[in-house]
Write a protein that binds this ligand. Structure first.
Ligand code: NAD
Length: 273
């Protein structure tokens, strides 16, 4: 499978399993199923309250550490206690390091995200994380990190789907050598994307499911994806996207679905749930 190169020398699997809004019990079987279908990357976060489920699945998998790739995230209210928050996550995950640790949101009104970034850099120095990145950061937030520490995040995980394709932000990140990873890549399975005319037509034409068309569109924009599912058939389907490619014209048809419509909160203002 293709891998995405990060500017710190590590790589990121382009397709991972998202586990937001899944219980610890659901996560255990979903992770097990995902490994069976060739996934390596599991995307969790302390706020999802299912790191323990991921940890159980990892422990029971019998897989060597290098066979999987774990992302977790620092919650907004933990930005002043990075070390403790990370240690709590590692304990739940039964791991001595995660592969990717992200600042979940900049929460700029708190005024802590630069300090949090310094905490992530320290954790990387200590070997507790392999790569450090951000989520939901706008260019101005990343520029502050660059100005104050000289270190650019390797990943920006942002809301991206056909209704919110954010071409300027994607271009900006890619020019800065920051890998872009899409959250809610399937627009949460709703919002009219799967039954839109463009996706239905392409689905019939390529003989692929609507979800596969959407995920393939992301990959061809050089955007990594972490679709969520706890349903075995969907988990299988969501990584089976390497045996076809969308034509330039069909990519344009997908691009035209953009409505600048967010399903989640705005990164400039979001602080807490
Ligand atoms: P998603 O776009 O991945 O959609 C998931 C939903 O789509 C599922 O619950 C299911 O209803 C449906 N679905 C999945 N596969 C399908 C298929 N093959 N066919 C038909 N329907 C299908 O939404 P998401 O869970 O919001 O995002 C994915 C992951 O991104 C999350 O689980 C989480 O790990 C991450 N995330 C991160 C942030 C952040 O702030 N960094 C925010 C939200 C989500």
């Amino acid at each position: 499978m293709l891998k995405c190169s990060l500017h710190d020398g590590n790589t990121l699997p382009p397709v991972g399993l998202g586990v937001w809004q899944a219980s610890n019990r659901e996560v255990e079987s979903a992770v097990d199923c995902a490994f069976g279908h060739g996934y390596r990357l599991i995307d969790t976060a302390s706020i999802y309250e299912n790191e323990a489920g991921v940890g159980h699945a990892l422990k029971n998998s019998g897989l060597p550490r290098e066979a999987f790739y774990i992302t977790t995230k620092l919650w907004n209210t933990d930005q002043m206690r990075v070390q403790q928050a990370l240690e709590e996550s590692l304990t739940k995950l039964h791991l001595d390091h995660v592969d990717l640790y992200l600042i979940h949101w900049p929460a700029p009104s708190q005024g802590y995200f630069v300090d949090a970034w310094k905490g992530l850099l320290a954790a990387k120095e200590q070997g507790l994380v392999k790569s450090v990145g951000v989520s939901n950061f706008q260019p101005e937030h990343i520029q502050r990190l660059q100005q104050e520490t000289g270190i650019t995040p390797v990943v920006n995980q942002i809301e991206l789907h056909p209704l919110l394709s954010q071409p300027e932000l994607v271009d900006w990140c890619q020019k800065e050598n920051i890998a872009v990873q899409a959250w809610s890549p399937l627009a949460q399975g709703g919002a009219g994307v799967f039954n839109s005319k463009a996706v239905s037509t392409l689905s019939r034409g390529y003989g692929k499911t609507p979800a596969q068309i959407v995920l393939r569109w992301h990959l061809q924009r050089n955007v990594c994806v972490i679709p969520k599912s706890v349903t075995p058939e969907r988990i299988r389907e969501n990584i089976d996207i390497y045996d076809f490619s969308l034509s330039k014209q069909d990519m344009k048809a997908m691009d035209a679905l953009n409505e600048n419509r967010r399903l989640g909160p705005h990164p400039d203002t979001f602080v807490n749930v």
